[in-house]
Design a protein around this ligand. Structure first.
Ligand code: URA
Length: 287
């Protein structure tokens, strides 16, 4: 529906901005309500054609499992059953299973793209899995993609990514000598912080990603990454810059939290602390 006047167009834009909508995912609007009505009509027609005697939909062995685990069956002609959303516990279990069964980073990316247990996937445009060199000795882990990352499908490509590049360059690193990922691989709407539940559901995937990349050093960018991966519940100001141990599942590696580049863009006076942290990282990489 077209706005009736320039003012009402501005009002609609203001409404969307206030609701946290800050990018257009598609060129034209999609009426999801109309879609689900016509999908269920189509599904009823198909059921009637197959089975003229209507009866209660029963669990078909393989499909039932798929919905319980939160994994999308990867068969092309799958008829979608409208399932109740999976519970967070079920989704976390499914994430653990899917992550564990991935034997390589490519398999892990594939498993994530098939995983339906995290609702952020529904609003994100792209899966943002990783950038940089998976064989690098250092891995940086941020929080979640923003709008630029969501559009490009790569982590840290927006303004805070440019600052991360400068932080790395200050000690001679770039994306050929560092591996970069996020706790949550889908953009939370309006760039909000991922909920603890969303982080918990995605945690098995990033843990496995670290295990498979097998870096010597892990750098957590910002408090959510530090809290989720290092299990530290203090604030980042008190905890950054200290070496800790991180158990990848394969071995114990060194880990440190530092300020998130997005925080530094808002609070440039804190850059001196990150400079110290980067120097500590450089020294550790030499050791
Ligand atoms: N902030 C993050 O934590 N990750 C990104 O990829 C971009 C911004």
């Amino acid at each position: 529906m077209l706005p009736s006047s320039p003012q009402s167009a501005l009002d609609i834009l203001a409404f969307h901005r206030d609701a946290g909508v800050d990018i257009a995912l598609e060129d034209a609007p999609i009426d999801r309500f109309a879609e689900s009505v016509s999908e269920s009509q189509q599904s009823r027609r198909e059921t009637a054609a197959r089975d003229p005697e209507p009866r209660v939909l029963q669990n078909r062995s393989s499909d039932a499992g798929a919905h319980v685990t939160g994994l999308t069956p990867d068969r092309d002609n799958e008829q979608k059953i409208s399932a109740a959303p999976v519970s967070p516990d079920t989704a976390t279990l499914a994430a653990r299973e899917a992550a564990k069964s991935a034997k390589t980073l490519d398999e892990l990316r594939e498993a994530l793209s098939r995983f339906d247990g995290c609702a952020l996937k529904n609003t994100a445009k792209n899966l943002v899995f990783a950038d940089g060199n998976p064989k690098a000795r250092v891995m940086f882990v941020g929080e979640a993609p923003g709008a630029d990352e969501d559009r490009e499908g790569l982590p840290f490509v927006g303004r805070s990514g440019k600052l991360l590049d400068r932080m790395m360059a200050a000690i001679g690193l770039d994306r050929t000598s560092a591996y970069i990922a996020n706790i949550v691989p889908w953009r939370p709407p309006g760039n909000r912080t991922p909920t603890p539940q969303e982080s918990a559901i995605c945690l098995p995937f990033i843990q496995r990603q670290i295990e498979l990349a097998d870096p010597d050093i892990l750098i957590c960018l910002g408090k959510p990454s530090m809290q989720t991966l290092l299990g530290i519940n203090e604030g980042i100001k008190a905890s950054r810059g200290r070496w800790r141990e991180f158990d990848t599942g394969k071995r114990i590696i060194k880990a440190m939290a530092t300020f998130h580049p997005a925080y530094l863009l808002r609070t440039p006076a804190e850059k001196k602390f990150v400079w110290r942290d980067m120097l500590a990282l450089k020294k550790a990489l030499k050791g």
